[in-house]
Write a protein that binds this ligand. Structure first.
Ligand SMILES: *[C@@H]1O[C@H](CO)[C@@H](O)[C@H](O)[C@H]1NC(C)=O
Length: 325
């Protein structure tokens, strides 16, 4: 037992002192939670992780320690005595939370907090590991609740437990000592019991048991009655309503002078963007020295291209063309 404890203490020591060593700048605000664990688990999840690890340990030590005894009956006897021995518990605890996981510190913390309860349990019924989770995480450490229960006192989640939050969300805090039992709806769903479609979604299927919501077409604003661009309640900016076609993309680039003199315009669905002309151009309608309206100073037209009047620079600019297209 001592080995295990000092191991944990060493680990905790290292993690508490690391920030102090590296953050010596005065005025640095140190949040040890952030430095020791990039992301942290809830206590209930950490307890689950610990129980998993303990069960791995049970599995690992299930074949006993005294293999290769002289006689089969002897081996059998030793196995039996090891099975419920203090030694086996120590063997399990020495490997506890050693699985590859970024949450091993939290796992160790749970191992430490539950040590006395584990010992109690081990003395009574080490064969029944099925309810170890309930015993440790729900009953003793009180960090989890049974499924479909939430909060400090493990209240049942409101509603029909086979169809919580209409099957479109979960009860806040379900299975933990946190939360308030209200529904946290999946994206696309809303209402107190996730039994409505949220804004930007429409009802694509419904019967007594199931409601399915799907997103409106991207051109819609403020909801829709179905999924195409003809079903929008209104059109988003960048789209225009057409009585036959629905919400159509506006080609902003059709309007002259959308962009600055040294730029050209590119339309995209719902929007547009301006890009700088090639350096050979003085105004352009696209990318490259063959898209100029006029040539820039020091350049003159050669076929489609604006090329430098000093020969030799041309190679560079035609290379550039292949790079940017
Ligand atoms: C329950 O918790 C959520 C999230 O923390 C909060 O937004 C909501 O207002 C709470 N509801 C009630 C009834 O306390």
């Amino acid at each position: 037992m001592e080995n295990y404890k000092t191991g944990v203490l060493k680990l905790v020591f290292v993690f508490l002192t690391l920030p102090a060593v590296f953050c010596v700048q005065p005025g640095n605000i140190i949040n040890p939670g952030v430095l020791t664990q990039s992301k942290s688990l809830g206590d209930c999840q950490a307890c689950k992780l610990f129980i998993e690890s303990f069960k791995n340990g049970l599995e690992r030590t299930s074949r006993g320690k005294y293999e290769g005894g002289d006689a089969a009956w002897e081996e059998e006897k030793l196995k039996k005595s090891y099975k419920r021995s203090e030694m086996r518990l120590i063997d399990i605890q020495e490997g506890i939370c050693k699985e590859k996981s970024k949450y091993s510190i939290q796992c160790h913390h749970m191992a430490e907090k539950s040590e006395e309860f584990i010992e109690e349990w081990w003395a009574q019924n080490p064969d029944e590991s099925d309810d170890l989770f309930s015993y440790i995480c729900i009953e003793k450490l009180q960090v989890c609740c049974p499924a479909h229960h939430y909060g400090k006192d493990c209240h049942p989640c409101p509603g029909d437990h086979s169809n919580l939050c209409s099957g479109n969300g979960k009860c806040r805090g379900d299975g933990t000592r946190k939360g308030n039992g209200t529904c946290l709806c999946d994206p696309g769903y809303g209402g107190e019991y996730c039994d409505k479609c949220s804004l930007g979604h429409y009802q694509s299927y419904a019967d007594e048991n199931k409601l399915l919501c799907s997103p409106c077409h991207m051109s819609c604003m403020g909801g829709c009655r179905a999924g195409t661009l003809k079903d929008c309640a209104a059109c988003k900016p960048g789209f225009i309503f057409d009585s036959d076609e629905g919400c159509l993309d506006v080609n902003e680039c059709d309007e002259p002078k959308r962009c600055k003199q040294e730029q050209f315009c590119m339309n995209s669905i719902g929007s547009f963007a301006c890009f700088n002309c090639h350096s050979a151009c003085n105004g352009c309608h696209g990318d490259g020295p063959d898209m100029c309206r006029k040539c820039a100073n020091g350049y003159s037209k050669k076929g489609e291209f604006c090329v430098p009047e000093r020969e030799g620079d041309f190679i560079e600019s035609s290379e550039k063309l292949t790079m940017t297209r």
